[in-house]
Design a protein around this ligand. Structure first.
Ligand SMILES: *Cc1c(COP(=O)(O)O)cnc(C)c1O
Length: 359
């Protein structure tokens, strides 16, 4: 068996140790004689798996009892509507910051429910920058402010947290667990699992408890945070196997030394790759230096007629999913937690070799 290096933006690489443990436990989980997938979500086994996953996530992110942790379905995209439905209250208005394709989708969906004020946008720089906070034009009527701290497609990341008087809402799908965050600065944190948490099918929402119970009356029961909070995320059948795998990822992260240790590794990986790109006249990254994503590294070749050859040869070299998003073209290497430093080293070596064979 050969495992390749997978640079996919999502669903993304999972730690090999996690996959191996899942493989070992597939048919018979801890002597129960059946698979996790075959168990009732009300069984003591699944309840214990969910409780352990929650307590490990709380430990990793240092989440206080002021917050509920919800295990949901529907992906981050469902949260684009759940957020306004749960948080608008009687205000009817919300602030959004537009820093890329995922911000745009959140704005579009929220606009169906809310009077959306785009407080700042970096569209004029083709989403290669983050608008400075001093320039944001906040609406005093807004019920909350929503932003996307890591734009998975553009490769733009915030390394500062907006300070506002209203609840701060954040789509952390592609940055959660890559480094420590200060949860208490946020009202709602949400993330689809398939980047840095586990397999697709699970969505995590971390919500400050005082924000529960204000959903619009038309809110579907399944989108109301209160429903999940009141039922330990078991109002209906949760994605039990995805939750189990996420739990294994949390245990793996703890064994790596937690999020501070991951940040050191992730910064080293990103610095190496950006450093190599910047030092070559063959590759380029368009993002302003202080806002470059630690997780998603888009890059272009000086001559885009070589893109096809680059992708074909990288695949042959066991470096998969380097094609950039269709909206930006070029390449993108997603280097989430489960993508090893060795994978990044191998990518850089490949890039150097490819460049040499072209000149
Ligand atoms: C992947 C991604 C999404 C979409 O997630 P789904 O779970 O597929 O809905 C939304 N926002 C960001 C920042 C993402 O990276």
């Amino acid at each position: 068996m050969t495992r390749v290096h997978n640079f996919c933006a999502g669903p993304a690489a999972l730690p090999e140790a996690v996959l191996r443990q899942a493989q070992e436990e597939m048919l018979d989980w801890q002597g129960c004689g059946l698979s996790i997938m075959e168990m009732s979500h009300r069984s003591k086994e699944i309840v214990s798996i969910a409780e352990k996953a929650e307590s490990d996530l709380r430990e990793l992110l240092n989440i206080s009892d002021d917050y509920a942790v919800l295990f949901l379905q529907g992906g981050a995209s469902t949260q684009f509507s759940a957020v306004p439905l749960n948080l608008l209250g009687d205000k009817g208005a919300a602030d959004y910051v537009n820093t890329g394709q995922w911000s745009k989708k959140a704005i579009k969906e929220a606009s169906r429910y809310a009077d959306v004020n785009v407080a700042a946008s970096s569209e004029d720089t083709n989403f290669s920058t983050i608008p400075p906070f001093e320039q944001w034009k906040l609406n005093p009527q807004a019920a909350y402010l929503h932003y996307t701290p890591n734009e998975t497609i553009g490769g733009v990341e915030f390394f500062w947290t907006p300070q506002v008087d209203v609840p701060l809402v954040t789509d952390m799908s592609s940055t959660i667990l890559s480094r420590p965050i200060e949860v208490e600065k946020y009202g709602v944190i949400y993330a689809g699992a398939q980047k840095n948490i586990g397999p697709a099918g699970l969505t995590i929402v971390i919500v400050r408890k005082d924000l529960l119970g204000q959903a619009q009356s038309v809110t579907p029961t399944m989108l109301n945070y209160q429903t999940a909070a009141d039922n330990d995320s078991m109002y209906n059948t949760p994605p039990t196997y995805a939750l189990y795998l996420a739990g294994l990822v949390f245990q793996w992260l703890k064994a790596q030394g937690g999020l501070s240790a991951m940040e050191v590794i992730n910064r080293r990986k990103a610095e190496k790759l950006y450093g190599y790109i910047d030092n070559s006249d063959f590759y380029a990254n368009p993002v302003e230096i202080q806002s470059r994503s630690l997780m998603n590294v888009p890059f272009t070749l000086a001559d885009d007629s070589l893109d096809k050859a680059f992708l074909q040869q990288s695949e042959e070299a066991g470096l998969l999913n380097l094609k950039g998003h269709r909206s930006v073209g070029g390449m993108r290497a997603s280097i989430y937690n489960a993508v090893s430093e060795q994978a990044v080293d191998d990518l850089i070596a490949f890039m150097a070799n490819f460049k040499k064979t072209q000149s």
